[in-house]
Design a protein around this ligand. Structure first.
Ligand code: VGL
Ligand code: ZN
Length: 199
């Protein structure tokens, strides 16, 4: 068994004072840093949108942040502008240890499709390349931590089990956005799909 720690989107915009701040988002960082040495590989993901991205409410006239829109690939939540390529908000939080990372995978750079999952864009078809990276490194077992539990962590974990990886979400090292009960829905979906939820 070769295991990897997948650290999802621990970026300034998802931490307090960020554009899409997750309450307590920075409180998980010390724990994540300490875990890195226990894994064969550490992989970081980075939400990385071009300005004017189609997941931004500001790109749709008359649409408010956190409302829903129908995209060709399905329903999409519209977000405040966040994690714009090259901005301070898109940088990793300064407390996150990035030197131990073997690989940093960026996602959400396609202007027309959002990408919550570290494996596939929100059309559930366009790969990010992470699957091939893990398989060629013979990594079979994944532990996921980071932000946000109910969006990028959830979608990454669901894709991971579907692809056959042994997948655990360590809930104390994640934080949720929790829009209209989305955390409870996400936990149930992950459990049903065979993701191991650990405190
Ligand atoms: C995320 C909403 C939009 C996340 C990314 O990292 O969970 N959520 N972009
Ligand atoms: Zn995003």
């Amino acid at each position: 068994m070769t295991n990897a720690l997948i650290v999802i989107d621990v970026q300034n915009d998802f931490c307090p004072n960020g554009a899409l701040a997750v309450a307590g988002g920075d409180e998980i960082i010390a724990r994540i840093n300490a875990m890195m040495e226990d894994f064969d590989a550490t992989i970081l993901t980075q939400d990385w949108h071009p300005a004017g991205h189609s997941s931004f409410a500001s790109s749709h006239t008359g649409k408010a942040p956190y409302s829903l829109i129908d995209m060709p690939y399905g329903a999409q939540v519209l977000w405040p502008d966040h994690c714009i390529q090259g901005t301070k908000g898109a940088e990793f939080h300064s407390e996150l240890h990035t030197d131990p990372a073997d690989m940093i995978i960026r996602k959400g750079f396609n202007p027309a499709i959002d990408s919550y999952s570290a494996f596939f864009e929100n059309d559930h078809k366009t790969p990010t390349g992470l699957e091939g990276y893990l398989r060629t490194r013979r990594i079979t077992t994944l532990t996921m931590v980071g932000l946000a539990t109910d969006f990028c962590v959830q979608y990454s974990a669901l894709d991971a089990v579907r692809l056959g990886f042994d997948t655990t979400v360590l809930e104390s090292a994640c934080h949720a956005i929790d829009l209209d009960g989305s955390l409870a829905t996400a936990r149930a979906a992950m459990q049903d799909a065979g993701v191991k939820l650990e405190p």
